[in-house]
Design a binder for this molecule. Structure first.
Ligand code: SF4
Length: 302
């Protein structure tokens, strides 16, 4: 495993909103962020890998730690990485104010500013904030995109549908808060159907997420190590996906294999592979506390 091309900083789990589809259980009460020293440390380790091209700053809501975000972006650009920021645009209380917020980012040379503008952020106030932010970015000629997640109304992929419902495409992945908030009344399939991980290449991951606790995630809440204990290079060198207690079964036969390997009491119906995977991992947390971590990713708040 040595082809990581993207590092995603989960700059904080804190967020101004608490969206139903949030993988990372972002919320206003969450605390903690990277120090600048830690960001430089991660960027240095990413550089040493020699394969990383993109550095993302996301969260939670990264604009809550604006000076750290800005300095981290500048450092990443100076080190030759391409950069992207993901925000919900809460700061754009008007177009003019949005311009003021974004002005300090104009000289840095970021490659993309993505602003969430979708059905989950679409009460009137949130929607207009996102639109203000998008317009403000355009006025400053910042490269801006919108992120739109469709509200789910069916299973994604596959052909067998239970309860007589029609399959309709939906792009929410059912992990994190989405499992609790969005799975009710959706059509489901038998657990045996979920024989592969549809979204992550666990054998040769192209990207990892890192959080301020040092956790390096292959998928949200599925860790391969801790950056404050081991470097990224050591981690990627020593990671053996096939013998990893969670990745191994997932690679062999998806979430269904995870259920079978550990004889989990989850032989029912689920909305998608991530729904079953998330519940299986939740059931295995006590057995693998250092891999299925941190608490935040499983909705456990102290
Ligand atoms: S199946 Fe599991 S490992 Fe794969 S993307 Fe879904 S939650 Fe992540």
């Amino acid at each position: 495993m040595n082809g990581i091309t993207g590092i995603h900083f989960l700059l904080t789990y804190q967020c101004t909103y608490e969206c139903d589809h949030c993988f990372v259980w972002g919320n206003p009460e969450a605390r903690g962020t990277f120090t600048l020293h830690q960001i430089y440390q991660v960027l240095g380790q990413a550089k040493l890998l020699g394969t990383v091209e993109w550095v993302y700053f996301e969260g939670g809501e990264p604009f809550l730690y604006y000076p750290i975000l800005k300095r981290g972006l500048r450092q990443a650009v100076d080190m030759g990485f391409r950069t992207r920021v993901v925000t919900n645009g809460y700061w754009a209380t008007s177009i003019e104010d949005g311009v003021e917020w974004l002005m300090p980012l104009t000289g840095i040379g970021i490659d993309d500013l993505s602003i969430s503008d979708d059905l989950f952020h679409s009460d009137d106030e949130k929607k207009s904030l996102a639109k203000n932010g998008i317009e403000a970015a355009r006025r400053l000629s910042l490269p801006v995109n919108t992120i739109t997640i469709e509200r789910p109304d069916g299973c994604s992929g596959g052909s067998i549908v239970l309860r007589g419902e029609q399959v309709v495409g939906g792009r929410v992945m059912f992990k994190g808060r989405a499992v609790e908030k969005l799975t009710v009344d959706l059509p489901r399939k038998l657990w045996t159907e979920f024989t592969e991980c549809p979204h992550e290449d666990l054998k040769n991951p192209g990207r990892v997420h890192v959080d301020y606790l040092g956790v390096v995630h292959l998928c949200q809440g599925l860790a391969i190590g801790n950056l404050w204990e081991k470097s990224l290079a050591e981690m990627t060198d020593s990671h053996k996906p096939e013998t990893h207690p969670i990745c191994g079964p997932l690679i062999d036969g998806g979430p269904a294999a995870l259920v079978e390997s550990y004889d989990l009491n989850l032989r029912e119906t689920y909305v998608d592979a991530c729904h079953l995977c998330y519940l299986a991992r939740l059931a295995l947390r006590e057995k693998f506390p250092e891999i299925l971590t941190p608490d935040q990713m499983y909705g456990v708040f102290k």
